[in-house]
Design a protein around this ligand. Structure first.
Ligand code: TXE
Length: 479
């Protein structure tokens, strides 16, 4: 299936006629083409967005909210179709796309359909000065949204929904590795009555299309999710133009397990936090630290549970782990497994590619558990972003906290304990944007989402996102 750009409400070919192959990772075969858009396509999208802005930015909140609810409903109506498309494009189990990715894309629109009607700004009475200050939060104009391949429609909509709800017009680029569901969303937006030019989707490589979005001076803000290196590069281009930047980058999240936890719940959740979506979620708990008194028991039982996961064809219902997103990514993940033993690590389970019947050329890898001796090793310091976790033991709270914080990343952490004092100490001292206690990836869309340190700048979610996509202006009236 060939994909087109969605500009000014129409599906159009790229101006220069360049295309890229689109792969189905579960069989390792090309199944379509996507535009490799150039600067000219970005300019075309910009013109459409600029034209749409004056009308869209004055559309009533009620009207915006109704269109968003309609988009959400249409996404849910097409749940099976979109889940199948996502699975084919990305390699993830269809069951996961159906249970998580697509419903969440609908929730993103429904959430901001409601949030925009509740968003407010501050007023400050300057008592004794006979003045009143209030804050106007106005949309920025045309903004850019660039999303990755791991949760394609989920993260694409997580950005564009608040941007549009706040009254902006958007130029969005999904990952060139997984463009399909963003393409399908164009049709849904038209059907839901989103006016022409409010959302424009240009496809192509990060280094050409993405770069053109980031570098265009008329695009006022960039919301980006992807690798830390790419984020730093984007910042180096956008910051000198004083663009607003929201960067959600990599993670190397600690999963800290104390002996006093609810063990069965922890074990089951740790299997999920390690390997959901083939470990390709920035929130996965890829460094497991276990209190030494339960280390051997956990090791044995974790290996057993992981060995029961089925690696297989993503379209089969009982598959737990599908294909990795691309051949290149599979090679990257394997390169870490290759150095494990050189670094003093021991592969406790997995480590090998898997050949799946009827999908022999797909990019499959066993879920892999590696015991490491030292938190400073590459396996514990670099983001692998695949079905690979490391584990090591710790003696006490102090050591666990030090290990968790010994990372350039600071996205999320998971803590397993029933001790309230310990919970509060860790909650305060973990250098991450998110701390989950006795759970993982429980998401409330009102909360600030994002990371500290090299995991990014800014927060998404709830009013944080609406604040990002608006410019606050202080009005001071003397009376
Ligand atoms: O991501 P990129 P890649 C991590 C993960 C992974 C690594 C690299 O460790 O192995 O990043 O993955 C666009 N200007 N994460 O290379 O390149 C690109 O087209 C503008 C973590 O696939 O960061 C895509 O749309 N845009 C992560 C998006 O950026 C550019 C999710 C992300 O791609 C660009 C994905 C440029 N110069 C990978 N270069 C997470 N935080 O969830 C690329 N892009």
């Amino acid at each position: 299936m060939n994909i087109k750009n969605y500009i000014n409400g129409e599906f159009v070919n790229p101006i220069k006629g360049n295309y890229l192959d689109n792969y189905n990772p579960s069989i390792g075969k090309i199944y379509g083409q996507i535009p490799n858009s150039t600067k000219e396509d970005v300019v075309l999208a910009l013109e459409a967005a600029e034209k749409a802005f004056s009308k869209w930015s004055t559309t009533t909140l009620d009207e915006r909210s109704k269109i968003f609810s309609k988009i959400a409903d249409l996404i849910l109506e097409k749940l099976d179709f979109l889940a199948a498309a996502e699975s084919k494009d990305n390699g993830k189990p269809i069951s996961l796309a159906k249970a998580v990715d697509i419903p969440r894309a609908a929730s993103n629109f429904q959430f901001f359909a409601n949030a925009i009607t509740q968003f407010s700004s501050e007023a400050h009475e300057s008592v004794g000065l006979n003045a009143i200050n209030f804050t106007l939060r106005q949309p920025l104009g045309v903004v850019g949204c660039i999303s990755p391949w791991n949760l394609p429609l989920y993260l694409f909509t997580w950005k564009i929904a608040p941007a549009i709800a706040a009254g902006n017009c958007v130029i969005a680029k999904p990952s060139e590795v997984t463009p399909m569901t963003a393409y399908l969303l164009g049709e849904i937006c038209t059907e839901a009555g989103l006016p022409k030019g409010v959302l424009n989707i240009v496809h192509g490589l990060g280094t050409s299309t993405g770069q053109a979005i980031v570098a265009h001076p008329k695009i006022k803000a960039i919301s980006f999710t992807g690798g830390t290196k790419t984020g730093a590069h984007i910042a180096s281009i956008a910051a000198p133009m004083f663009k607003k930047l929201s960067l959600e980058l990599g993670g190397k999240n600690p999963n800290i397990i104390f002996a006093d936890c609810d063990y069965d719940k922890m074990l089951e959740t740790t299997v999920r936090s390690s390997f959901t979506n083939q470990g390709q979620i920035c929130l996965c708990g890829s460094r497991i630290f276990v209190e030494e008194t339960i280390y051997e028991k956990f090791k044995k039982e974790f290996i057993k549970k992981v060995s029961e996961l089925k690696v297989g064809n993503p379209s089969e219902k009982n598959t737990n782990i599908g294909a990795l997103v691309s051949h290149q990514h599979l090679e990257k993940v394997k390169s870490y497994i290759d150095i494990a033993e050189k670094e003093g690590g021991k592969i406790l389970f997995g480590g090998d590619s898997v050949t799946v019947k009827n999908c022999e050329n797909g990019y499959y890898l066993q879920p892999t558990i590696i015991e490491v001796q030292n938190n400073k090793c590459k396996l514990n310091q670099e983001e692998i972003f695949g079905p690979v976790v490391t584990m090591m033991s710790f003696k006490n709270d102090k050591e666990a906290l030090a290990l968790a914080n010994e990372s350039k990343y600071g996205l999320s952490a998971t803590l397993w304990t029933n001790n309230l004092n310990r919970t509060m100490q860790f909650a305060k001292q973990l250098q991450t944007g998110i701390v989950w206690v006795n759970t993982w990836m429980l998401r409330d869309l009102r909360t600030p989402f994002g990371g500290a340190k090299d995991s990014g700048v800014g927060r998404e979610g709830g009013f944080e996102a609406l604040r990002f996509f608006t410019e606050p202006k202080n009005i001071c009236i003397k009376y």
